[in-house]
Design a protein around this ligand. Sequence first.
Ligand code: THU
Length: 161
Amino acid sequence: MKKRQIAFELTVFDSLKDLPVEDQQLMREAIKARGDAYAPYSNFQVGAAVLLENGSIVIGNNQENASYPSGLCAERVAVFQAGAKYPGVAIRTIAITATSKNYAVDTPAAPCGNCRQSIAEYEQKQHSPIALVLMGETGEVFKCDSLVDILPLAFDNSFLK
Ligand code: THU
């Protein structure tokens, strides 16, 4: 028997203005998208912006539903739209930000488990890392170099033979 440790490193920026310009621009698109979220039930508005290797940016925001599970997170709205509009074009970075009508979100919003699984599929398919830039409304910004870092021991199609 032995113990094994799985660790990962991320970059922490004090605020949005400390990010590289390209990431700042992408986050600004996510902030804009966040404002258009349809979130009347949770009052928690999430915006996502996906940067593709061809330079295109595709946005998404959470879309809720009176039948709660029928809604969809911002990240999957964005990533699925990117897959639909630009099939075969790799994703380089996804910026994600959240705000709430109920409280001030001052910690970075990380994607939920379902979104991690969905993004992991794209990362595996394209054979290159997808970076994540995560922010609340204010405060620190996290940058993760690869989706798999935040989904250790992921299930993927290598198990399906
Ligand atoms: N939400 C996202 O859009 N992304 C996440 O990764 C976490 C949660 C949305 C779903 C729902 O509309 C609201 O936030 C509250 O869970």
